[in-house]
Design a protein around this ligand. Sequence first.
Ligand code: GAL
Length: 776
Amino acid sequence: MQELKSFNDGWKFHFGDIETIRNRWGWAKSGSFNQGPESKAYDDSDWKNVTLPHDFVFETKVYDYSEKEFGKDNTIPAMEDVNNAHTTAGSFDKNVGWYRKHFFIPEEYEGKKIYLIFDGIYRDSWIYLNEFFVEHEPSGYSRIILDITDIAAYGEENILSIKCDARQAEGWFYEGGGIYRNAYLKVVEEKHIEDAFIHGTPVENNGVHMNFSCRLCNLEGYDQKYLNLEICEKRTGKVVKKIDYDLEEIISEPIDKYEETDEKLIFELGDGDLRLVTSFEFEEDEVKMWSLDDTNLYELIITLIDGDEICNVDKKTFGIRNIEFDNNKGFLLNGEQVKIKGVCCHQNHGGLGSAVPKEVMRYRIKKLKEMGANGYRGAHYPLAEDFLSICDEEGMVVMLETRVLSSASKDLSELERMVKIARNHPSVIMYSIGNEEAQTQTTSQGARIARTMKKFIKHLDPYTPVTMALLMLDMKTNTQIEDYKLLEGIFKELDVAGFNYHSDLYEKFHREYPDIPFICTEQGTFKSTRGCYKTDAQKCHLAINEKRDWYMFGAERWRHCKPEWISGLFIWTGFDYYGEPTPFAWPAISSQFGAMDLCGNPKDFYYFYKSWWSKDEVIHAYPDMNGETGVPTDYYVFSNAEEVELILNGKSYGKKAMKDGDYLIWENILSEHGKMEVVGYRNGKEVSREVNETADKKSARLEVTEDYREGNIVIRKIALLDKNRNLVPNADVRFDIPKEWGEFLGASNGDPSDHTPGKAGYVNTFHGLAQVITRK
Ligand code: GAL
């Protein structure tokens, strides 16, 4: 048997630390944390009831810096720290939070193995169960697996207390706080399966060579033990393979890594644990490949049998695909060249902070796919496994990054957990061992750390390439490095050289190191506020049309990444995210780098990417028709049509030819109110048209539509529309969230300086739009 139950419900929460008298024997004697919030008797009846995922930092009030001295551009120093409310972290109150949960473990569980699993707690968590200390986990991004078999109380109530301290930063962005990912209770028999890893390597015209390994625990005296593998199609349930292993059959010398082997190997690991390392074949056409458009997934069901008794059934979802990074052809998926059109993203969402349910994760991936993105870089920390499963299902390749370039044992432990979660997921196509480690990347220590980390990864997963996001920047002088030799020590350790920015140097890299596969790991960082065509520094709203240079560069940098030998790029970022409020600091609490805003509404530059990344006919023009009139104005058009025509109030300003990877500008036209039309042509025929009309504010009313529904989560779009259904961007109103929509998870509007709490019960539209997320 194997039970995996959600452990998300029924938590109690207390904001802030608890100063109280503690038993001075707490650390000295086992099971003696019997005073304070760690203790069973502690009265938590007045604590708040919460459900996971829960981000307590996001629930705090944004710090008020209005009395502070502002510098140029309305900014205050980025790391200004009052009451832990770092402006880079979004000016929320990073603090301490306590969680408690009372739960019952049935008597019949005695003799089985009981685990608590936390997919991520931000951060520095101190975990106690039944007055025993269980674990201290500094990391805010790694899965924590706790074996509580010995200290569980069977047939009784158990009391779990967790303190987390979100005050220290692990990054330079919003990080949230608390048990912000899912938690589970897992029960297995003592004899059980762990660490199952399955991987398929397609063999040209000859099926697929599969490698499988797992750990079998507590099998003392392993005669008459069997392990059965069954593989079924995930979509149809059709069984495609069954294999039975008699564990008595082969005992061999241990190997210490998951090397590809054609032999069946079973060897002892001590304490009755065995490792099985084996391989088998699929005939040609017996299985289908996983790809971006056809995400064929399989379920592996592993059954451990002792005599007649089934001890444990474990399941893993996997996909089979061939990945290659080639120095000349770039990234190849199943032998076909695929340009990675990727985005970097942080894990928070408008109105929710870091507590993002998996349904909202899927919504975000779908939004990115609509833009034409096919790649996701988890910047700059391990992602939740749910997220990787969604990428498997939706068809999105993932560059998975560990938090820091480090071979310290704590950091290798995080790396190990990241790889063990990721290695069965077909979407994960490379691991990154660091981002912009500018202090270390030119040093011999950096090269040695990279070597150690790569070797460490290869022991756990020999198949997935390793890269790192390097940067041609000299930290001492803050100037661009021109000479790739300075970083040679580190990128020669990697499978794929990864570089952030400085894309004008990429050709030089390829000339000097033609044999090394290459990827642009980060690019972009253009800022703008959705729907803003006149910068307002007080409000931290930044007009896209006033920053032509940045966006010109944006187009140029995409073109820099077009040569075949470049595997692809990841733009900074897909969505705006909390923290790093750039270029303005407070009162902005979010960044403005996104192609989409905090809630996934497209900004104008989104259409640049969509034009060149998606297969759709795209046309989009800005600024809109609601600004001042009679002002000399440049009109910009993003489109993938061959020719584009701009028509203002019926007057054509002529057609212009669109170059590949570019966009068009009609300069110096006196702005008018009324109707703007942009029309795209291919072979002289109209293929796309966008109409933008000046909104009639007087007839504005709110319209609510369901944007996305999955399971019990509903994402609603609130739009302010006039009688002709034009978006009204300049008459924003408050919307009160109806109680009958169910449990209210959060609301936001994409305004980088809106301080309305996500759970205020109302939301203001921003340039005509807002979003509400509920659960029912
Ligand atoms: C990059 C960094 C990102 C983000 C970005 C902002 O250098 O990797 O995490 O900080 O700059 O421009």
